[in-house]
Design a protein around this ligand. Structure first.
Ligand SMILES: Cc1cc2nc3c(=O)[nH]c(=O)nc-3n(C[C@H](O)[C@H](O)[C@H](O)COP(=O)(O)O)c2cc1C
Length: 179
């Protein structure tokens, strides 16, 4: 039976470029059963301790259960104001109340992209720094800058230098997985 790899963009934008980049990255794992997850399927109310007293939303539990199905994760971090998007942080907060190790020690390829030249690395760096405290097992990272210039919706990464770098990181990730 094939192992399963789940990918998602850390955004609730219906046109998320990070979801698109995560989907593209999944295409480099033909040896896996792949699933692209849309965070909109796990829409939860804005977290507050008051709201939590009422109930924990079933969709937070469902997101944790979805992550549990994975052997490997691909997460692409979107960036708003040099930080995580509110939609992702909100789901993350709810899930952390159910299980502080919400990322469940799944080996993770951590990505990011944005239209800007830094490729959402602020958001990715925060994730890289704090995910380990939440059961994150980040093996490799890659930030794709200038999404709209470097990426074509049909053909993927167009810049040859950037593509070579991306492929190297995917290979490095697979090497780490096999260690
Ligand atoms: C409120 C807001 C703040 C943003 N701040 C940043 C930023 O700090 N860094 C950055 O690279 N892009 C920033 N952007 C642009 C986003 O990277 C861009 O909207 C991107 O498409 C978001 O990722 P997503 O499509 O996966 O949701 C911002 C966009 C918005 C709407």
């Amino acid at each position: 039976m094939k192992k399963k790899i789940i990918g998602f963009g850390a955004s609730i934008s219906t046109t998320s470029i990070n979801k698109e980049f995560a989907a593209y990255a999944l295409g480099f794992f033909p040896e896996y059963e792949v699933e692209l997850v849309d965070l909109n399927d796990y829409e939860v109310p804005v977290f507050s301790v008051d709201c939590e007293r009422e109930n924990c939303p079933e969709r937070a539990k469902a997101f944790l259960a979805k992550l549990q199905e994975a052997d490997v994760l691909v997460c692409s971090m979107a960036e708003h104001n040099r930080n995580w998007t509110v939609g992702f942080k909100n789901l993350f907060d709810w899930c952390s109340r159910l299980d502080l190790k919400l990322l469940q020690n799944k080996p993770m390829l951590l990505l990011s992209t944005s239209p800007g030249g830094y490729g959402a690395q602020n958001s990715m760096n925060i994730a890289k720094t704090i995910f380990p405290a939440f059961g994150g097992n980040v093996l490799t990272t890659f930030a794709l800058p200038k999404f709209h210039e470097n990426y074509d919706r049909i053909h993927g990464i167009q810049n040859e230098v950037v593509l070579a770098d991306f492929k190297n990181q995917v290979e490095e990730f697979k090497n780490q997985l096999n260690k």
